[in-house]
Design a protein around this ligand. Structure first.
Ligand SMILES: [Zn+2]
Length: 368
């Protein structure tokens, strides 16, 4: 018996920990979706319904064993991108169109005049969620690049694009600071339009302009603050279809890791060639960045088993040092509030598999 060596092995095993986090959204209860469809999502009479949805979401999250929870974006109406400008009077509904692979579309609103202001900041969701749990709560916010699509190509009289960008960056920074101050475990910037940008403009110019804009925002935070800031990329997820899955990750990931964030949440489970994607991640991931790889495919009705998740984590660990590895879901389960293609039960069963499967892999990598 050589206690010194054994102690070393034990110390190593104990120090191995693979963090696992959700992306954000959980399908809303059907009652809530139906009631909102009849009227205004901001009707004060809906408060008890929202409150019930959030409480139930967090209870079920805790039951999965998930070490980090969200409010399931139960109050993000109507979606992950426009919640912060919902009801803004100086907009019209005929903005940027997101085309999905099954033929349906979603539309952003268009800014009609200045100034640009948020109608709500995401920390208001944290206020409610943190009342219901002692676990760390994560908060997703929309990227400046997505909202930049609200400014029309033909410009707005007396409100230049530069003025708009100033206002946009200030509002985004304010939102992140408020979330950090309230104690968000992480603030995740949703950047689904990154991969879409390559599809719209294969030259890469649009993607680069998005990266530059988001870096202007991220630069406003200290390295310490950025440790709690992450970026999510995916090919979109709405009614089980995507907007940019046909875009090669090789066109996106080198630029993505130029973002001044410490955490990256990357859809991977639904990729056709995950090893090729992992090779690209290994090449471009910087030493101070952590990558949370997607091990659950929200749009696939099959509920992954913990063993399937374990194997995906083990493959990822062949490419990514475990100190820089984490796991997540490929996307939120319902980024758009009226999407009923996945049930709440299926979403939480998948999350439980992510939590259990990550723990199984951790044991194997830790060697005990
Ligand atoms: Zn996503």
């Amino acid at each position: 018996m050589e206690p010194t060596n054994n102690n070393k092995v034990l110390a190593k095993a104990a120090s191995i920990s693979i963090p696992t986090e959700p992306i954000g959204s959980i399908p809303r209860p059907i009652d809530l979706i139906k009631t909102v469809a009849k009227g205004d999502s901001e009707d004060p009479n809906l408060a008890p319904l929202y409150e019930d949805a959030i409480r139930d979401t967090i209870e079920r999250f805790e039951a999965t064993g998930s070490p980090v929870v969200t409010d399931g974006e139960q109050r993000k109406y109507h979606n992950f991108a426009t919640y912060c400008v919902h009801g803004l009077p100086n907009t019209s509904p005929d903005g940027f169109t997101i085309p999905f692979s099954d033929g349906h579309t979603r539309r952003l609103s268009r800014l009609t005049r200045g100034p640009f202001r948020y109608t709500r900041y995401a920390d208001s969701y944290l206020d409610v969620a943190m009342r219901y749990t002692h676990l760390p709560v994560k908060q997703a916010v929309i990227s400046p690049s997505a909202l930049s699509l609200m400014y029309p190509a033909d410009r707005i009289p007396n409100y230049s694009r530069e003025q708009f960008i100033d206002d946009l960056l200030r509002e985004h920074e304010t939102e992140i600071r408020r979330c950090l101050k309230k104690g968000a475990h992480k603030v995740q910037v949703d950047f689904t339009e990154g991969r879409l940008a390559v599809k719209i403009d294969p030259s890469g110019h649009l993607l680069n302009s998005f990266i530059d804009l988001n870096n202007l925002a991220l630069s406003r935070f200290s390295p310490n603050e950025r440790k709690r800031i992450g970026v999510h990329t995916c090919p979109g997820n709405d009614f089980d279809s995507t907007h940019s899955a046909d875009v090669d990750y090789a066109e996106l990931l080198p630029s993505l890791f130029e973002l001044k964030a410490s955490n990256f949440y990357i859809a991977l489970a639904s990729e056709r060639n995950s090893r090729q994607v992992l090779r690209i991640i290994r090449k471009y991931l910087k030493p101070d960045q952590r990558v949370f790889v997607g091990v659950i495919a929200p749009s696939n009705p099959h509920i992954e088993t913990p063993e399937e998740v374990r194997d995906r984590v083990l493959v990822a660990s062949e490419y990514i040092p475990f100190e820089q590895l984490g796991t997540t879901d490929d996307c939120g389960f319902s980024p758009f509030s009226d999407n009923t293609s996945t049930t709440r039960e299926t979403a939480f069963a998948k999350i439980q598999s992510r939590v259990l499967g990550t723990a199984l892999a951790e044991k194997i990598i830790g060697g005990h």
